[in-house]
Ligand binder design. Structure first.
Ligand code: GLU
Length: 303
């Protein structure tokens, strides 16, 4: 497969879409990222890396980090995770309060904000430095370079996170948060502000394409866990656009409001794409098209 040529073609073909749509303006530092950025990486399960555009530039990975949180929680708690959070698409906004009220404090899935708060609560109950544990996991899985938080993004998350505060207190009122809500929120704001490049994300997600082996060949998840994380990504990973993604891209994927999307082709590759402007539903506009072109041009998808 000539991934280098395919990526060059994709970069060319998505160019008209780059800069269209809107950045996530509710988190001010994200609104200041130049709109013309586009980067993409394909990393094969053999560790070969193909890149185009701004693939080495770090950006705010936002909700992509929720996948690391879920994997870690599954390692710590096994199937008990699913007593506290569901695994169905939400069909609502990722920060919806109404759904949580109607469903008595059990978030629909671990990738909406309420679900990620519960996942972090589980992690914090095992380990007081819960988010450091997530970063350790990322370093372990990706191994190539030290990864950290973007302090400006973390501060903005804290300053503007009123809805997330409401969700955390709601969860607490339903008895689905063991720790102090402020502690869980602190961890959540840090989690959202992890900064990585497309290349670093692709390396850190390698375990989801290899049945659990990290970029350095270490086992970081079981095959059973990998199957389940990929399934939740397919059904719940791209906000309220999972059906469209399955139709157009055909791969489990997770996006974030920073404009990153990571997609997994089990047994073959991880693809990561970044372009900051988003569709109405909150997924990178150029990024989604790039992934659709990738599965079309390679004729590879899980379907
Ligand atoms: N920090 C964002 C929020 O809580 C994360 C959103 C996302 O990427 O889905 O609103």
């Amino acid at each position: 497969m000539d991934y280098a040529r395919i990526l060059r073609e994709i970069a060319e073909e998505v160019r008209p879409l780059v800069g269209q749509g809107r950045a996530a303006e509710y988190i001010p530092p994200l609104a200041r990222v130049p709109r013309d950025r586009f980067g993409m990486v394909v990393r094969t399960v053999d560790g070969e890396v193909f890149a185009v555009g701004d693939a080495g530039e770090r950006f705010s990975i936002q909700s992509i980090a929720k996948v690391f949180g879920l994997t870690l929680a599954m390692r710590l708690e096994g199937d008990a995770v699913w007593k506290r959070v569901g695994r169905e698409p939400s069909g609502s906004a990722f920060n919806s309060l109404v759904q949580l009220e109607v469903e008595h404090g059990i978030p629909r899935n671990p990738f909406i904000n309420a679900g990620a708060l519960v996942v972090l609560d589980l992690i914090l109950s095992h380990q007081p430095d819960g988010v450091d544990l997530v970063l350790d996991f990322v370093r372990h899985a990706g191994a190539e370079s030290p990864v950290g938080y973007d302090a400006a993004v973390a501060a903005a998350e804290r300053a503007t996170g009123h809805r997330n505060r409401a969700l955390a207190h709601f969860l607490k009122s339903f008895g689905n948060l063991g720790n102090d809500p402020d502690r869980v929120l602190d961890a959540y704001f840090l989690l959202c502000s992890i900064s990585m490049s497309c290349a670093e994300i692709a390396a850190a997600f390698q375990y989801l394409a290899t049945g659990g082996l990290s970029a350095t060949g270490e086992r970081v998840a079981t095959e059973r866990q990998v199957k389940r994380v990929n399934a939740v990504m397919l059904t719940c990973g791209v906000y309220d656009e999972a059906g469209d993604y399955a139709y157009r891209v055909g791969l489990p994927a997770k996006s974030g409001v920073g404009g990153g999307v990571v997609a997994v082709m089990p047994g073959r590759f991880v693809a990561t794409v970044w372009s900051p402007c988003l569709s109405e539903k909150g997924n990178s506009l150029a990024g989604t098209m790039a992934l659709e072109l990738l599965t079309t041009k390679t004729a590879l998808s899980i379907f």
